[in-house]
Design a protein. Structure first.
Length: 132
């Protein structure tokens, strides 16, 4: 679920950056397709926002500990790319093809994103099977 929302967020950010560029405006932070986007800054976001927030939540509501454990698992995913599960896309893409389209699916076969133009998203787009 976390990956789904990061992909959606980055897609929306890049669309905004594209529009800003079309209007001759400076492109906002994290919204320029040519620079690191939300998917590449998740580690820092977890370190400075997410982990402290959920740590305080568990301090106030100890029953929320399972949520913190899931957050820590997501953090580990972003901090250790070499330990990520194998990534698969529904349609194979040629590397560097910035205009190719693809449809990504979650473990249940539901579409996550269609016709992405971001090579960064394609590089990070994974379909992760549920844990057994």
């Amino acid at each position: 679920m976390h990956l789904l929302w990061v992909r959606r967020l980055e897609s929306e950010f890049f669309a905004q950056g594209d529009r800003e560029r079309e209007l001759g405006l400076p492109v906002s932070f994290l919204m320029d397709r040519g620079k690191p986007g939300a998917s590449e800054t998740q580690g820092g976001f977890f370190d400075f926002v997410v982990l402290p927030l959920f740590g305080e939540l568990v301090r106030a509501v100890p029953a929320a500990e399972p949520v913190l454990l899931a957050v820590k698992e997501n953090h580990h995913y972003w901090m250790h790319p070499d330990a990520r599960p194998e990534c698969k896309t529904k349609h194979a893409l040629q590397e560097g093809d910035a205009t190719a389209s693809e449809e990504l699916e979650d473990a249940e076969g539901q579409p996550l994103m269609t016709k992405s133009r971001s090579s960064r998203l394609r590089q990070h787009a994974c379909i992760i099977a549920p844990r057994s």
